[in-house]
Design a protein around this ligand. Structure first.
Ligand code: ADP
Ligand code: MG
Length: 711
């Protein structure tokens, strides 16, 4: 083997400025870090008012003015040297440290990576003094100037001499947002101090709180009323663990899109991943999937139990008895949430009937007195006369039961719900409708019937196909897991009141009136139907099969589909869409009854409900979406996205007044007598609908009584 003739290189001591610059880079990673250090200094100096001004996310300018103690003249020369501090003398002092800083590194670090100027005045000074610093050293003599008591620290051109760091930062607006986050958190925790944050030359401020506010006040001002109104006080004290916790946490009625956590340990803004995880797991049992809480916690631990040396920025901390303390906080939060959820009250725009309402229903059974205002004079099983009035003779037999409108046997048996079970009994007795019943006016058939059931034999016996696909089972499981049971019952026992608009309908449940977003509800319903009827959908044949190419081209011409010249020529795209769908035609037909012939014409679409034809004006968009929005490569995602695209197409019924096809009924009739009964019978509403406005309570009889009693 060849011998290496490499000699070890000589070890040299690094230049002090280089050492300091490296250290500075570790401590000051971005403008928000620098600001945090300086805010801590202001608080250590006993300030009651702190004003922050920034330019370009703090990269151009970061100015912090406080009204604290100021800095003594004799310290001007050393204040920015490394390891100079007024807060610590012996190592033992660390055990009882009550201030934020103690390592004397912040100002020194900043002076190595930015231009730093300090203007300060103590109560003993006649005037203020202005000092400039470079690489930890005072530049020139301190200059007397005008100024009030306190300290103003000006940091300009941060990272001017560390271009790699500067370039690695996000945009100034992102850095500005981080600064807002830091100031906001400090303002909530230090409610007795007034904070303000503004951009240089801007009139308005991003953060403004007054001195002597409460933490609740500041949360309301800074995070909004929606957060502040739902807070619960959390208090834990355990002398054996030497810990005291005070906090304000959101209750079960609040659900944010991200987890907001404000964590202070010994009044220092920190992060603790294990604590965050523990709290997230508590809330997971109370909040809908993808929803998160707001948590503000101030933990005080005996200083000798905190290990502050974990990270130079002291950001992520560890402490003695960490697991036990986290467990204590976790169980206390859980208890509070449990208590809050049993008395769960909803704002007017929520849907769940409070427990008290359900109790009333039970008390009725127990023979207790029922007041007028609690009387429900309707029955969800009632039918209205208009259902029969506009019905043609052919479809009369089908409409005799509002819950019998499915042509196919559903797979609801898997849902094990009482009503679904009852509903299913009817299903099993059901027969395939006769030719006359199935005829769709204006859509002449392309086979011997316009609507037929997949797998139906000449005798009309339905042979249901079973699929053992994991992806499909998972998608069905996801729907079940995500179901809100109270909402499910609300739909199940509701009465349809009427359509308010094409998008909104009213229903009554008990003594309550609700409005719901029809398109959203119908889309979810059809999504679930497509999963249930996978491989078993009926077929609606199209009399004059339209070419996929033409449909895709029409869609590209429609404004809603937002074609852009960068996408490529329309005819080319339409061709690609038609080619792609044709290549998938076997699967689309087999699983979804979507049939495409050799000529790439659309021959048939799936049938999910008798008397229900989707809004055919949406055909072009449907074809385009099917080609562009489906994830063809991963099985589960593929089924999921196909069902979503299909459901979107089916969510609106066809209106015979617009396209005289398939039925002589208008959309309102179809919604009330075909779609809604089916929704009522089988929809599994997702938990997210509780808070996203899909369904809102708009009136409640007892409340109306209160109003009228006053009149
Ligand atoms: P540390 O806070 O760890 O002591 P710093 O570098 O942050 O180190 O600050 C160095 C010293 O400068 C502090 O100990 C304090 O005496 C003084 N100082 C910094 N900022 C202020 C301020 N806003 N008001 C009064 N004194 C300050
Ligand atoms: Mg400090």
């Amino acid at each position: 083997m060849e011998k290496s003739n490499k000699r070890p290189k000589n070890i040299l001591k690094l230049d002090e400025t280089v050492v300091n610059r490296i250290a500075a880079g570790e401590i000051i990673q971005r403008p928000a870090n620098a600001l945090k250090e300086m805010l801590e200094n202001c608080l250590d100096a006993g300030s009651t008012s702190i004003q922050v001004t920034v330019k370009d996310g703090g990269l151009k300018l970061l100015k912090i003015q406080d009204n604290g103690s100021g800095i003594n003249k004799e310290d001007f020369a050393i204040v920015c040297e490394r390891f100079t501090t007024s807060k610590l003398q012996k190592f033992e002092d660390l055990n009882a440290i009550g201030t934020f800083g103690f390592r004397g590194e912040a100002l020194a670090s900043i002076s190595h990576v930015a231009h730093l100027t300090i203007i300060t005045k103590t109560s003993e000074m006649q005037c203020a003094y202005k000092c400039s610093y470079h690489d930890g050293k005072l530049v020139g003599a301190p200059k007397p100037c005008a100024g009030t008591q306190g300290t103003q620290i000006v940091v300009e051109d941060l990272f001017y001499n560390v271009p790699t760091r500067k370039n690695s930062l996000r945009s100034p607006s992102e850095e500005h947002n981080r600064i807002i986050e830091v100031v906001t958190r400090f303002a909530v925790h230090n409610a007795s101090v007034g904070f303000s944050l503004k951009k240089l030359n801007d009139n308005g401020s991003d953060v403004r709180t007054s001195p002597n506010s409460t933490q609740e006040d500041n949360i309301r001002i800074l995070y909004g009323h929606a957060v502040a109104k739902d807070l619960i006080k959390l208090q834990v004290e355990d002398p054996s663990l030497k810990v005291k916790v005070n906090g304000l946490i959101s209750n079960v009625d609040y659900s944010g899109t991200k987890f907001t956590i404000l964590l202070f340990i010994n009044h220092r803004l920190v992060e603790s991943t294990p604590l965050k995880r523990a709290l997230d797991s508590v809330y997971a049992t109370y909040l809908a999937k993808g929803k998160h809480p707001f948590v503000y916690l101030s933990i005080e631990i005996a200083p000798n139990c905190v290990d502050v040396n974990v990270h130079p920025t002291k950001h992520e901390v560890h402490f003695l008895n960490e697991d036990a303390i986290i467990h204590k906080i976790q169980s206390s939060a859980d208890m509070l949430l449990k208590a809050a959820s049993t008395s769960r009250s909803f704002a007017v725009q929520t849907v769940i009937p409070p427990i008290s309402f359900l109790d009333k229903q039970h008390s009725k059974v127990a023979g207790a007195k029922v007041y007028d205002k609690q009387l429900v004079r309707t029955d969800s099983r009632d039918q209205k006369i208009d259902k029969f009035l506009s019905t043609t003779m052919e479809s009369m037999p089908l409409s005799s039961s509002s819950e019998c409108n499915f042509i196919n046997q559903t797979s609801m048996e898997s849902f094990e719900e009482p009503v679904a079970a009852g509903f299913q009994q009817k299903e099993t007795e059901k027969r395939i409708p006769s030719e006359a019943e199935r005829e769709i006016q204006g859509v002449p058939d392309c086979s011997d019937s316009t609507m037929r059931h997949r797998g139906s034999t000449a005798q009309g016996i339905v042979e249901r196909r079973q699929f053992e696909l994991t992806s499909l089972t998972q998608l069905r499981e996801d729907v079940k897991k995500n179901t809100d049971q109270v909402l499910r019952d609300t739909f199940k026992d509701s009465i349809f009141v009427g359509c308010v608009s094409e998008k909104h309908c009213l229903i009554q449940y008990g003594t309550r009136l609700y409005i719901f977003h029809m398109e959203r509800v119908a889309e979810e319903f059809f999504y679930q139907r497509f999963l249930d009827e996978f491989g078993n959908c009926g077929v609606i044949c199209l009399s004059d099969p339209p070419p996929l190419y033409n449909l895709a081209l029409m869609a590209l011409d429609q404004e809603e589909n937002a074609w852009h010249p960068d996408d490529g020529p329309k005819d080319h795209l339409a061709n690609l869409a038609s080619q792609l769908l044709f290549s998938k035609s076997e699967m689309l037909d087999d699983y979804f009854s979507l049939q495409i012939n050799e000529k790439r014409h659309l021959v048939a679409i799936p049938l999910l409900l008798v008397d229900y034809i989707p809004d055919l004006t949406q055909f072009p968009s449907f074809v385009l979406r099917l080609a562009s929005d489906v994830e063809w490569n991963v099985e589960k995602d593929c089924f999921d996205t196909i069902c979503r695209v299909m459901a979107r197409f089916y969510r609106k019924p066809n209106d015979h007044k617009v396209l005289n096809v398939g039925s002589d009924k208008d959309w309102k009739w179809t919604v009330e007598h075909v779609l809604y009964p089916a929704i009522k019978a089988s929809l599994l509403p997702p938990k997210t609908w509780i808070n996203d406005g899909t369904i809102l309570q708009i009136a409640d009889l007892p409340d109306l009584y209160k109003v009228f009693e006053r009149c």
